[in-house]
Design a protein around this ligand. Sequence first.
Ligand code: SF4
Length: 145
Amino acid sequence: MKIAISACLLGTPCRYDAANNKNEILLKKLQEHQLIPFCPEDFAFGTPRPTMDLVRTNLGDKALSNETGEDLSPPVISYAQTFFDAHSDIDLVIGKDRSPSCGVCSARVYNEEKNLLSSTQTGLMIREAKKRNIDCIDAEKFEGF
Ligand code: SF4
């Protein structure tokens, strides 16, 4: 299978703090498959970088910088569109749980006062995959094939 996967799960140090989320157990389950890594935030903002949160606004859910309040959504969405255009034959996407970009059913969304509204939302990169009807799963929920 051709699987797109959050690069930090493979061990790439692309988290906001330049750490990674390497998941050896997950990687063992995937060793027979073709893995295509992605990291929209590293591509758009570099590493390390300030954190961002998904915030529900009148104009929809936006990824807002926790440092400046700037809307960081457009480059993340643009990266996702380009990525999935280039990889139209992806069978599955495995996203890093809880990420505002890569979470599948685990991203947190806040209101504009920064109160938590939900912790079962979908990150901005994964929303683009879902629009294309690609199957997606959070890494912590993946049990194998
Ligand atoms: S969760 Fe997604 S955006 Fe965040 S470091 Fe991992 S791949 Fe990059």
